[in-house]
Design a protein around this ligand. Sequence first.
Ligand code: NI
Length: 163
Amino acid sequence: MFIHSISAFEEEFKTESSSTLKVFRALTDASLAHEVAPGYRTLGELAWHIVTTYHEMLSRTGLRFDSADEHSAQPQTAQELVRAYEQAAQAASEAVRTQWTDSSLVEVSDMYGESWPNGLTLHVLINHEVHHRAQMTILMRQAGLKVPGVYGPSKEEWEAMGQ
Ligand code: NI
């Protein structure tokens, strides 16, 4: 898959980013320490990994914007994670919109030792977020949190609709 236009990116990004924000908003401070398995990432670490990947990945393409990166300290509250996500997603999408045109998407950048067209990098950025967001919803269930629906209603949302 490959993103061919800035407008296609913006449309997909808007949808995925608002789903991620719903998931982040359902986090509680106590849940952040819940681990995948002993010694593996915690829920808070997964959320922070999603936030910091914007800068870590997109700065390799030459896009310039300010947001937390992989060297930034992880916030300890759910509210700060929500704010950091909103800030990173907003700064990154604004950088794409203002620093690139459609023709930038076929330009190639060095990504982790491989050559990726920038339109592929945007696709990978979104898929990476979807992947880790799905991991988060499992941990949130295990931590006893209510989980919002992403591509369809969650169990609670089905029940609320009388199903
Ligand atoms: Ni990752």
